[in-house]
Design a protein around this ligand. Structure first.
Ligand SMILES: [Zn+2]
Length: 386
């Protein structure tokens, strides 16, 4: 299929990488393996930044700077994350022709070791085939799966590139340039405890108050740019006690900041209104139901314009290798969300990872090859008319 990308080599590197445990904050073993790989591929400077210390992990982000054979071409960032989600230790990949899957007891870790393997393969082909290229800044991040923390603390000052790609989504036929911002929501509704049989009028049911709030709340798909979810609810102690506390956790996401804030405010108001309706007087003392509501920004929205040079470069590269790349938006967050707020212009190219964050995760090596071809062509194209 591909004349330049070595399918067996990219598969073998993927298999090796997924067998190295690298849960978030424990990426050191895979980072050391990749440091060796980067040195072997001719990086002129390799460093680990301070992000590991800041997130309490055992390694920082790995940054490897490669000189350009066309030094005047604009430097490109290529990036993937080293950490994987749980259950992700002791991965035993099953190879079935060109399909690689987990054995059903763990994730595969193709999220995002497929991206890591693609980057290594592309660097190898550039070198072996002496394909002219500009300077390349490779960044392998930590803790992407922990609120994009590696990218948040990335030493961007060490980078030369102002634009590039992360390889961290499913289909190689898509380049994601838009993604929502998200608020994580944590709510505690306080009622008042009482014996449910002897004196229920002396209590306030936190469960009932929360239910009133949630019943009137807009959730799910709010509009084509906005979603909201309450994903965890916990409360009460026994069936004969009026419950005094319910804890709820959820989120709101939107591609637009104003809509994200509006949805978050709506969720807050539903709880406030329900809580305000409840009070009880016990022995002459009036007690009000009470609310704790916190909404914390998990990540910012990203929106790279269709006309941005990096977007046009990847689309043009896709055309040249006869792999149509469609520019679109995605519903999740990735390192690019952060990097676009940190002075870079970064889009997310698919790698072939499928059913990620499940023990049914799998991928087709042919997709990885296709993604690598597009990336390789983009790097070559970027150096053609510097
Ligand atoms: Zn990922």
């Amino acid at each position: 299929m591909s004349e330049r990308i070595d399918k067996a080599r990219i598969r073998d590197l993927l298999l090796e990488l997924v067998r190295i445990d690298s849960l978030s904050r424990k990426e050191r073993d895979v980072a050391l393996r990749l440091e060796r790989e980067m040195r072997g591929l001719g990086a002129e400077r390799i460093l680990f930044d301070e992000a590991g210390a800041k997130v309490g992990g055992n390694t920082g982000n790995l940054i490897a700077l490669f000189p350009g054979t066309v030094p005047q071409a604009p430097p490109l960032l290529i990036s993937a994350h080293m950490d994987t989600v749980v259950p992700g230790e002791g991965v035993k990949p099953i190879v079935d022709g060109d399909i690689v899957r987990s054995d059903g007891t763990t994730v595969l870790g193709g999220d995002d070791k497929s991206g890591v393997a693609i980057i290594c393969e592309v660097l190898r082909v550039l070198r072996d085939r002496k394909i002219p290229h500009g300077p390349i800044d490779v960044v392998f991040t930590i803790c992407e799966e922990k609120g994009l923390a590696g990218a948040k603390y990335l030493d961007v000052g060490a980078l030369r590139a102002k634009a590039g790609v992360v390889l961290d989504s499913d289909s190689p036929g898509f380049l994601f340039t838009r993604a929502p911002g998200a608020n994580g929501i944590h709510v505690r509704v306080h009622g008042l405890e009482a014996h449910a049989g002897m004196a229920p009028e002396k209590g306030m049911s936190a469960i009932q108050i929360a239910a009133e709030a949630i019943a009137g709340m807009r959730l799910g798909r709010i509009d084509d740019e906005t979603t909201a979810n309450l994903g965890v609810i916990r409360g009460g102690a026994a069936i004969n006690i009026v419950p005094n506390l319910v804890e709820i956790r959820g989120e709101a996401r939107s591609h637009r900041e104003d809509k994200l804030e509006a949805q978050t405010a709506h969720m807050r108001k539903c709880f406030e209104d329900a809580v305000a309706r409840h009070r009880v007087t016990v022995d002459g003392e009036t007690r009000n139901a009470r609310l704790e509501f916190t909404a914390a920004r998990e990540y910012e929205a990203m929106s790279v314009p269709d006309g941005a040079p990096i977007v046009r470069l990847i689309v043009a590269a896709g055309e040249r290798v006869k792999s149509r790349v469609t520019v679109t938006g995605m519903g999740g967050g990735c390192d690019a969300n952060i990097l676009n707020r940190r002075g870079l212009e970064v889009a997310n190219l698919g790698t072939g990872m499928r059913d990620i964050h499940t023990v049914k995760e799998w991928l087709d090596i042919n997709d990885m090859v296709l993604s690598a071809e597009v990336l390789l062509e983009a790097i070559a194209l970027n150096a053609e008319h510097p």
